[in-house]
Design a protein around this ligand. Structure first.
Ligand SMILES: C[S@@+](CC[C@H](N)C(=O)[O-])C[C@H]1O[C@@H](n2cnc3c(N)ncnc32)[C@H](O)[C@@H]1O
Length: 239
């Protein structure tokens, strides 16, 4: 899978993403991540890419042409068909289901805005998906693009060492994951639940399922409404 990022801050996204698990996946060639500096496509002699908003108001707006030319440089390489995601607080809120959908694509293009945003005309021309990472306003789209790429890339086969591990995590089937423990068996007088030391796979699975439903009921009751629960579970947890 290939991730293409259009940004004014190339180092920020590349330094952040070429680290740890995602960085290793890049090294192994399972995914590629490249960033295009929108400023390089400015025709202004001072490499300016922003200007005052028509109609007045605070801040600056990124101009259409450098963004369009940066997009064209990617489209010339990979064709016009890739989805273009504009990171914006005005988009649909990103979630695990969307990450699973995006992970099926071969190429994804991310457009990071800055200042007050980007001239609407170029957005109308190239953007296929408007995505937010939450109801708050950041200074730029770089962190949101990194968040999305991290969440999507770890679903690409070969990125995680253990391919099954992504399947049983929080939000899969609208349940949060059960609690996890590691060595030592007793830490500051706190013991690991006995069932996890029993070696009985059936009981461990049963305990984990119960914990998962219980935890979701406590912390994210909104998710539980969409989860598939047995009649017994619904009764047991008064749902
Ligand atoms: C200061 S914001 C612009 C906000 C814009 N004036 C508005 O009110 O919708 C600058 C850039 O940061 C990015 N951004 C800010 N918050 C975001 C969020 N919650 N999710 C995704 N992108 C965000 C977008 O790319 C945006 O163009």
């Amino acid at each position: 899978m290939n991730f293409h990022i259009m940004t004014l801050f190339k180092e920020m996204v590349l330094d952040g993403l070429n680290t740890s698990i995602i960085g290793k996946a890049v090294e192994k060639g399972v995914i590629t991540i490249d960033a295009v500096d929108i400023r390089e496509y400015s025709t202004n002699k001072h490499k300016k890419v922003d200007d005052y908003p028509y109609g007045g108001g605070a801040g600056m707006v990124m101009q259409a042409e450098p963004v369009y030319a940066a997009y064209q440089s990617i489209a010339d390489k990979i064709g016009q068909k890739a989805r273009v995601i504009y990171l914006t607080p005005q988009g649909q809120t990103f979630n695990q289901k969307m990450a699973e959908e995006f992970a099926k694509e071969e190429d994804l293009i991310f457009l990071c805005g800055h200042y007050e945003g980007i001239d609407e005309r170029v957005l109308d021309k190239i953007v296929t998906d408007y995505v937010s990472i939450g109801d708050y306003v950041l200074t730029g789209g770089e962190l949101p693009a990194m968040v999305m790429i991290d969440a999507i890339a770890r679903l690409v086969p070969g990125v995680l060492n253990n391919d099954v591990s992504a399947e049983f995590e929080s939000f899969h089937d609208n349940l949060l994951e059960y609690p996890q423990y590691s060595r030592p068996e007793t830490w500051r007088d706190e013991k690991v639940p006995d069932v996890l030391l029993s070696g009985h796979h059936g009981n461990v699975a049963k305990w984990r399922r119960e914990q998962s439903v219980l935890r979701t009921a406590e912390r994210r009751p909104d998710l539980l409404e969409k989860a598939e629960l047995s009649v017994e579970e619904r009764k047991r947890f008064n749902l």
